[in-house]
Ligand binder design. Structure first.
Ligand SMILES: Nc1ncnc2c1ncn2[C@@H]1O[C@H](COP(=O)(O)OP(=O)(O)OP(=O)(O)O)[C@@H](O)[C@H]1O
Ligand SMILES: [Mg+2]
Length: 460
């Protein structure tokens, strides 16, 4: 689909402007947009706006040394490659530069062939990573099924079941943890079912107070109870010929369950206050994140209704048990966010990918989607860094934490607080210490920002 159009950016930081046009002449044809700043402070101030992919930095500048600029860029934009250049190269400074994270060190006067080769290599690296990420998003798109992405066996099996069952079933129970996609499954079942040219009516069972349930589902006649000034058609009748989606069915009050069972079994309902039964030919899809078997044992759900609903049960697998889909989901969410925010973010860095791959995801796909979205808003570059994702994860309402895995990345807890500290410091600096603005940028409430500052000992 949309290949990112804008060129990678090369930022030249040198107090000697004579070098500018020369670099431009070499870097332009390789496909870089070339930007210039004549001092370290000026360059650093402009980083969030410019978001360069590569920086070519002079070592000796009056206000801030090239090494300090290099270090600041590594912290602010970890995916930005830095090349240093200097008039009098020594082994020591070269070692220092490489230790601080420079990819190379060029002597002045510049050897332009070497500079060109270096820029071509950097350009190829950027292109390769972006192509890979685009491929992931394209694959995700290809394997999409009614808005659901899933390439692994668990999801392929799910899609097959939906295809197979949808044309034939009259009642289905969709169960799974929060955020696993139960609502999407319900929509797919309806769309592929025999009732797709009729309505899909959704009832959120957790949003209706018990005393109004009967009237919501089955309707009432005028005068049925105080306040019933008009006759009202219930949702069952409203869905006639179509599908009724009972979301959060585990919340159905016990008092309503026998009436619901009757409506499903006999295809008829009785409006409250009326003796007359009416036809209510609807298919029913019920979804729940509770274990209804446990609810039955505990006496909170009627066994007869449960057995009627679960004749066909579709169980959704938690994200942590089908991690093979995480890269594709991520690629797709990044692409969607990037388009919505009108940015050119193409994906995540390898370290960020490992972080996502090992998280526990108690909020499942919804949580992954929200984390990616927050990271996109936070991000400065075209590739989301590990740090941006760690911060987005740390502000997740259901605190998802990376799980340590054998042979995986190093223990994360310590590393996480360093990355969080750096990100928070970075954001605070960027907004000149304004905590309200920093909280907003980090997607935190002001109170939770203060909690973080306390926890990370950053109060001052
Ligand atoms: N397979 C998937 N591919 C892409 N997006 C998905 C997938 N499954 C779920 N989502 C997205 O995740 C979010 C949560 O999905 P959904 O509302 O269907 O979950 P749910 O199981 O109904 O959760 P809850 O129990 O909390 O109501 C939605 O934004 C949905 O678009
Ligand atoms: Mg839901």
């Amino acid at each position: 689909m949309t290949q990112v159009e804008d060129a990678p950016r090369l930022l030249v930081v040198d107090d000697e402007p004579s070098i500018w046009p020369v670099v431009e002449r070499f870097a332009g044809p390789i496909g870089f947009e070339v930007l210039f700043r004549s001092s370290g402070p000026e360059a650093l101030a402009a980083l969030p706006d410019l978001r360069p992919d590569v920086a070519l930095v002079d070592l000796r500048m009056p206000e801030l040394s090239g090494i300090s600029v290099l270090r600041a860029i590594r912290v602010a934009l970890p995916n930005c490659q830095v090349i240093l250049m200097t008039g009098n190269a020594t082994i020591d400074t070269a070692i220092e530069a490489v230790k601080a994270g420079a990819i190379d060190y060029l002597k002045k006067p510049l050897d332009f062939d070497r500079l060109r080769d270096l820029l071509i290599t950097v350009r190829k690296g950027i292109d390769r990573r972006e192509q890979l990420l685009q491929v992931d998003a394209d694959i995700a798109k290809k394997f999409e099924f009614h808005g659901m992405i899933g390439r692994g066996p668990a999801m392929q099996e799910l899609f097959d079941s939906i295809r197979r069952l949808a044309p034939h079933v009259r009642t289905v129970l969709v169960s799974g943890e929060t955020g696993t996609g139960k609502e999407l499954v319900a929509h797919a079942l309806h769309a592929l079912g025999s009732r797709s040219d009729h309505r899909l009516v959704t009832v959120n069972c957790s949003a209706i107070v018990e005393s109004l349930f009967e009237s919501e589902l089955f309707g009432h006649v005028r005068g049925a109870f105080t306040g019933a000034t008009e006759t009202k058609v219930g949702l069952f009748e409203h869905a006639y010929g179509g599908t009724l989606f009972l979301d959060e069915a585990g919340e159905l009050p016990l008092t309503i369950q026998p009436k619901l069972l009757r409506a499903i079994e006999h295809g008829e309902v009785r409006r409250a206050g009326s003796l007359e039964t009416r036809r209510a030919d609807v298919h029913v899809i019920a979804a729940t994140n509770r274990d209804l078997r446990t609810e039955v044992t505990a006496g909170r759900f009627r066994a007869d209704l449960f057995y009627r609903l679960n004749i066909i049960e579709i169980q959704l697998v938690p994200l942590r048990d089908r991690r093979e889909d995480i890269p594709y989901l991520t690629a797709m969410f990044v692409r969607q966010c990037s388009q919505r925010l009108n940015r050119s973010i193409t994906g995540v860095s390898p370290a960020a990918e490992r972080l996502l791959q090992h998280a526990t995801w108690p909020g499942n796909i919804r949580e992954l989607k929200n984390v990616v979205e927050r990271a996109c808003i936070l991000s400065d570059g075209r590739i989301l860094s590990e740090r941006e994702l760690a911060v987005a994860m740390s502000t997740s309402p259901v605190a998802t934490r990376p799980e340590p895995v054998a042979g995986g990345p190093p223990p994360v807890s310590k590393r996480l607080s360093t990355v969080q500290r750096e990100q928070i410091e970075h954001v605070l600096r960027e907004v000149g210490g304004n905590k309200a603005a920093a909280a907003k940028l980090l997607g935190l409430s002001r109170q939770s920002l203060y909690r973080w500052l306390n926890r990370l000992d950053l109060k001052d």
